[in-house]
Design a binder for this molecule. Structure first.
Ligand code: GLV
Ligand code: GLV
Length: 327
């Protein structure tokens, strides 16, 4: 008998057929509406595997209902939506999709940095609204990228890929990370610094650290106060890493120059969110990994991870290698 799985969003046919080869598949058939919590709580009851997105909260209540559950496969690199410790306690494997999205996410992060620095969104609106009268010396002037200092908070795979791009733009790159990456320091001329030094010296601060209890509100009033007046904050990680009230105050009072935000504490962010009212904020709807190729690769990898666990094999990307398969 094939194992049963529930998929929390309608996926491309090619991914679904890969899953159907090995599993009996139940799927929420909407592409743009997340599965309602009550449906998920019901569906989890008799499946062996769950294929989910970062829009689902996989907490104790849900995990407790999955009496047969062996694996939660998240189609994302981040897994802050899952209570991994509890899953481990229950003997449930948790998998994610790192690697395949690294370059795409770094591309987007660098574009968001450039877009914010050079005011491209504002400039386009200016033109299309018919406000452009003449070429003028200081019209829509922004910040230089070439020759500036980029501070990367969290030098993992994506941070490294971003650093490589930045070096190509002749930026000086400094980073704050639990571990020093001497190999990269040597190869790319990076510099490992304390967070405080990074915040004081960077013209661009890029957040690329995982969202954990330790990084929640990592950037709040005190940290923003250390930043330069011309500094731009770029967040392509998770909204909860930044205190949004503190960021709003700083941008409003021009204590820092701008922010490029792909993620928010609450998603979708509500249209009356104060940050969206500011001209020096460029906001996008959590799309850093959204290239066609990469999203398909993530969808396939999440399917493969899930199938491997259900076949009692080692999946490519296990978040909790300490779990014991006792189910
Ligand atoms: C997207 O935010 C991801 O974690 O993959
Ligand atoms: C700008 O277009 C210039 O020619 O300086």
């Amino acid at each position: 008998m094939k194992p049963k799985i529930f998929v929390t969003r309608k996926l491309r046919d090619e991914v679904v057929s890969k899953l159907r080869d090995q599993c009996e598949v139940f799927m929420w058939e909407e592409e743009d509406i997340p599965v309602p919590r009550e449906v998920l709580l019901k569906e989890i009851e008799d499946v062996d595997g769950l294929y989910c997105l970062l829009t689902e909260t996989i907490d104790k209540e849900l995990l407790n209902k999955g009496k047969n559950l062996k694996v939660v496969s998240n189609m994302a690199v981040g897994f802050n939506n899952i209570d991994v410790n509890y899953a481990t306690e229950l003997g449930v494997a948790v998998t994610n999709t790192p690697g395949v999205l690294t370059e795409t996410t770094a591309d987007f992060t660098f574009s968001l940095l450039m877009t914010t620095a050079r005011r491209i969104v504002e400039a386009e609106a200016f033109l299309k609204e018919g406000t452009w009268r003449t070429w003028s010396p200081m019209l829509l002037t922004g910040q230089d990228i070439y020759g500036s200092t980029l501070g990367i908070i969290g030098l993992g795979r994506i941070g490294e890929a971003l650093a490589r791009r930045a070096v190509g733009f002749n930026m000086k790159v400094i980073y704050a990370n639990p571990k020093r990456r001497s190999d990269l320091d040597e190869e790319l001329g990076l510099e490992h610094v304390e967070l405080e030094i990074l915040l004081k010296s960077a013209d661009f601060v890029s957040l690329l650290t995982p969202y954990t209890p330790e990084t929640e509100n990592l950037i709040s009033y005190d940290e923003i106060n250390l930043m330069k007046e011309n500094a731009i904050l770029i967040n392509t990680s998770r909204g909860g890493i930044v205190n949004e009230e503190a960021l709003f105050d700083a941008l409003k009072q021009k204590k820092i120059w701008g922010a490029g935000l792909d993620v928010f504490q609450q998603e979708p962010v509500s249209l009356d969110h104060p940050l969206l009212s500011l001209p020096n904020v460029v906001a996008t709807p959590h799309i850093a990994s959204a290239s066609i190729n990469t999203r398909l690769k993530m969808a396939h990898l999440a399917a493969e991870n899930l199938i491997e666990v259900l076949n009692n094999n080692n999946p490519k990307h296990l978040v909790n290698p300490e779990y014991t398969n006792n189910r």
